[in-house]
Design a protein around this ligand. Sequence first.
Ligand code: MSP
Length: 649
Amino acid sequence: MQKPTFYVTTPIYYPNSSPHIGTAYTTIGADTVSRYKRMRGYDVWFLTGTDENAQKIARTAEANGVPPKEYVDGVVDKFQELWRLLDISNDDFIRTTEERHKVVVQDIFQRLYDQGDIYKSEYQGWYCTPCETFWTENKLKDGKCPNPDCGREVELLKEESYFFKMSKYQDQLLQHIEAHPDFIQPVSRRNEMISFIKGGLEDLCVSRTTFKWGIPVPFDPKHVVYVWLDALINYISALGWGQGDEKFKKYWPAVHLMGKDIVRFHAVIWPIILLALGVELPKTVYGHGWFLSREGGKISKSRGNVQDAFELIRLYGSDAIRYFLLKEMQAGSDGYYSEDALVERINSDLANDYGNLLSRTTAMLEKYRQGVVPAAVAPAALDREIAAAAAAAKKEVEDCLDRLDFSNALVAIWRFIGRANKYVDESAPWALAKDPGQAAQLDTVLYTLTESLRIVTILCSPFMPGVPAKVWSQLGITDRTELHTWDGATWGGLLPGVKINRGQALFPRIEEPKEGVTGMDKVSQAAAVPKEVDVVAAEEIAEEISLDDFARLDLRVAKIIAAEKVEKADKLLKLEVELGQERRTVVSGIAKHYSPEELVGKSVVLVANLKPVKLRGILSQGMILAASHEDKLEALTVSHDLPSGARVK
Ligand code: MSP
């Protein structure tokens, strides 16, 4: 039987500067939905690419003293490299300087001209090159670009141009939007577009004569095609529209994903081009919000507030970044990016919730059942509740992904992870293990946890494609591919008897901000988190270490002789400590729990042989131990009878 098809696109990005976290969001979203649809049995075509024929590209290249094509080649390599590092599974990458694109653009321009939808006139008005947008005088704001994210200088143009009769198709477009509630999403953007169109459409200037970089108008080559007309066509030129049409027939219509800034181009200009050509309209135009910096502005190169995406991947890994971005942007709203928040999510959601569920389950399987998954021989109401919660989570993820709501899909998965972690505490396997009469109950709990993890991992796989292989390896089911599929994510698929291989932490906790993060927001680096003694986990079995392992730690009594707040870091205190004859500086993330005055004079326990790290420019030589539970935290102290420098063993 032929598979159903699914075609998803990202905007094609301007390669005038390197990609960043903001640009990555749409591509990660499109990748997630592509992976999900593939898992659901669809034949997917996922397109991304670069929009190269813009005037601003010609200008940037000129400013850099290189020909435009040479300039974009270098930047396009960076886009492709970033997509590779982020595990983006695109099926095609279109560049608008490619011949396959140029022929389709010229063909379409010619057709529209021949049928009388494009006519020659003169353009007189304003142009914003950063936005590549024409503006009439009355739309300008204080004489500048009215785009709320731009506000830059506009240029006065007076040139011979070709125009596209947008107004002719206005009513047809409105009818389509009204008849297809899913065409523009989310609904807030749909309403904006309806009122924009009702306000009346003007004919669009679709050619330029004052520069040469671009696709020449076929019948009048002193004109180049306006970059937005050229760019939008990529969605069908990449499928070979009018050039054999095989791929086009198979995959069109598309689901177009983009930021809210460019919905207007996709929900008005693009469908009108298609209406004029007699081509079916896209299935969906989905406009998500922006990633904003902590200070509130859109993350963008021109604002100078971007962080180096390559560096972030190197430090935190692609899966964690994908998770963070997809979780942080609520459907229809903007999201906030800061490295602090990224580190917090890694530690809480990925390390504590998901990672801990895996490590406590595998530890208990090893400790109580020699690493072999037992059968669920005695399911009670509580165990059945977990199975039902897994099925409910799966259904919710499906519903959310069908409406491109990545954030709530992750919320549903994490609700289930939270439920499973709570189930460990409720069923207290360590207590069951003490009573041989409860062996069947213990078997059931261990099976229930392993099966929960397997289902969670399947549900997570479109979001974090690097994770499943690690979990399958730990659960000992790497070769059992039938247990990795979406359809296989039904309770009871895992048969007992599987031998697990306990491995490393799935997401190691980030104990302090990683070194070397570049970009704007040094002040938003994560605060150092003190080593925590997790009292909940203490009831369970942590990984066993030998005495020799323990002896590698040099724990010492340290007396705090001075303490002060670290500027612009809510969580950090800078401590001067005495260690026998020696003085050291230690940066500690305990400012929320202690005032500097409270600490001076206390004797605490210091990990003295920890490799020094630089935090906010301060070299921290060691780490103070503290116990924590929920939001309480207490530094470990010793009585003053013990001199500073004394060993803790
Ligand atoms: N070249 C046009 C698109 C043509 S599509 C036919 C363009 N390119 S762009 O490089 O400026 O990228 C725009 C897209 O990048 C946005 O629509 C959005 O998808 C993404 N983002 C750029 N900055 C972003 C944020 N700060 N936050 C979220 N998405 C962002 O416009």
